[in-house]
Design a protein around this ligand. Structure first.
Ligand code: HEM
Length: 220
């Protein structure tokens, strides 16, 4: 029974790590497309990229995989965190303590906030696109550029998005090194390079996304 529990715990961690690394890649692509919003062409380049993403059949399939990835990552995250909590009183090695409590405490918290951000983000764009939520008055349900201008004309909303990106950065920073450790890709020779690369990636993602609401707030 103990072996079975241990096995399912490792499986959850591996599944969470793999789904997480997939989401990390998605974020890079999403940011790349979103940065087109900053091009001073009235949203033409961004809308062309969004139109391609919205109509290409391969990307449609990718969307299903992406949603499954989010769901799997979130469910596995809760499972791992629950198991970490449950195993806490049973006295584990001292060296493990900081890692375990960090993961179950702050990763879960920042993860939940990113999840809340995502629910709101979906109602800002995706749910409007598929007709679940009405678009803002006078805006076409497929005009993501106009929706973005409208969204970030609110200072509070722009600030909310920006603070979510700070937490996303912290979540990513720990998540990337943790995923490498889980997968056993933690050879001492290159682990510090992995940590450094993960931190640089997280900062680029976090600041890159933050620039968008800031730009619309200040210049549009
Ligand atoms: C300023 C920042 C952001 C902007 C302007 C933005 C904009 C958009 C837009 C316009 C879409 C609709 C695409 C479509 O449905 O075809 C979208 C979808 C999505 N966004 Fe964002 N996004 C931002 C940040 C983020 C972040 C930080 C995450 C993840 C933590 C995220 C996750 C998603 C997901 C999962 C979708 C659905 C993907 C799909 O439709 O295939 N976004 N976003």
């Amino acid at each position: 029974m103990n072996k079975l529990l241990q096995y399912s715990s490792i499986t959850s961690k591996v599944v969470m790590a793999l789904a997480g690394l997939f989401l990390v890649t998605f974020l890079g692509v999403h940011l790349g497309i979103n940065l087109l919003l900053l091009k001073d062409d009235g949203g033409r380049s961004f809308s062309a990229a969004a139109e391609f993403m919205g109509t290409n059949p391969l990307i449609r399939i990718f969307e299903i995989v992406l949603f499954a990835g989010f769901l799997i990552h979130i469910v596995a995250g809760f499972l791992v965190s629950g198991k970490n909590r449950a195993s806490r009183p049973a006295g584990y090695q001292v060296g493990n303590r900081t890692e375990t409590s960090f993961l179950s405490k702050y990763m879960l918290h920042s993860g939940i906030i990113v999840m809340l951000f995502l629910s709101l983000h979906f109602s800002d764009y995706y749910f409007i696109k598929i007709g679940l939520v009405a678009p803002p008055e006078g805006i076409d349900a497929h005009d993501f550029y106009a929706m973005t201008v409208h969204l970030f004309s609110s200072t509070w909303y722009a600030l909310f998005y920006m603070s979510s990106f700070v937490l996303l950065g912290f979540h990513l920073n720990h998540a990337i090194q943790s995923a490498f450790q889980t997968m056993g890709w933690n050879h001492t020779r290159y682990m510090s390079a992995v940590k450094m690369a993960g931190t640089i990636y997280s900062v680029v993602i976090s600041l890159g996304f933050m620039v968008i609401p800031l730009y619309f707030l200040l210049f549009r």
